[in-house]
Design a protein around this ligand. Structure first.
Ligand SMILES: N[C@@H](CCC(=O)N[C@@H](CS)C(=O)NCC(=O)O)C(=O)O
Length: 211
């Protein structure tokens, strides 16, 4: 498989974690979102792979191109079920997906680079932009704190899809100076992930395009 991504893209980071947890080999193909050209993701060569012009894009072993990290992660889960990232129980699966959706649908899209650039173009200064980011990340993490379990990873002893979404969001929180002080359960999960080989392998600090 080939994964087109960017080292500090949280959506790419999610897919890297899922691949690493499942022990799947892939080739990392960096797409520089901040290239002087205006970003490699906006160039025709990349748009031919992903018409939305965002990362990640996965090329499967069969040569199929997949976009959108939720769809890619669900594909990996169904195609490679050997290390499951969703629980067996129907309700438990829905709860895991609920946490993933809080982050993937209601937090990350509000601080994506193109959204922040629109805010800047509409006259918001950097202080206001940072306040915007902090507001949405804090609100999302406060919700996640109430949803996850009292021990282990988000929902128990093994990492699941909720952890796959949460850990990259915590990287973004750190990057944008959002405090995790109020979220002891989330900090517990972060500490476990920091020691886990799959999360370490997927971390933005350990990618081929890390500056
Ligand atoms: N919902 C998409 C979001 C993808 C996305 O927004 N990726 C960001 C990086 S994390 C990106 O490519 N941004 C480039 C841009 O907005 O111009 C997913 O989960 O894959």
């Amino acid at each position: 498989m080939d994964l087109y991504g960017y080292y500090r893209s949280t959506s790419s980071y999610r897919v890297r974690i899922a691949l690493a947890l499942k022990g799947l080999d892939y080739q990392a193909l960096p797409v520089n979102l901040i290239a002087p050209s205006g970003g490699e993701h906006r160039q025709p060569a990349y748009l031919a792979l992903n018409p939305q012009g965002r990362v990640p894009t996965l090329r499967t072993d069969d040569g199929a191109l997949l976009i959108q990290s939720p769809a890619i992660i669900e594909y990996l889960e169904e195609r490679y079920p050997q290390v499951p990232l969703l629980p067996d129980d129907l309700l438990a699966r829905a709860r895991v997906r609920g946490v993933a959706a809080v982050i993937g649908c209601d937090v990350h899209p509000l601080h994506n680079v193109s959204v922040l650039n629109r805010l800047r173009q509409s006259g918001q200064d950097e202080t206001q932009v940072m306040e915007w980011i902090g507001h949405w990340i804090s609100q999302g993490l406060a919700t996640v704190e109430q949803l996850i379990g009292d021990s282990g990873f988000c929902f128990g002893e093994w990492p699941c899809v909720a952890d796959v979404y949460l850990i990259p969001q915590l990287y973004a929180a750190e990057r944008f100076n959002v405090s995790l002080e109020a979220y002891p359960k989330i900090r517990r999960v972060a500490a476990l992930a920091a020691e886990h080989p799959a999360f370490i392998k997927a971390h933005p600090a350990n990618q081929p395009d890390t500056p």
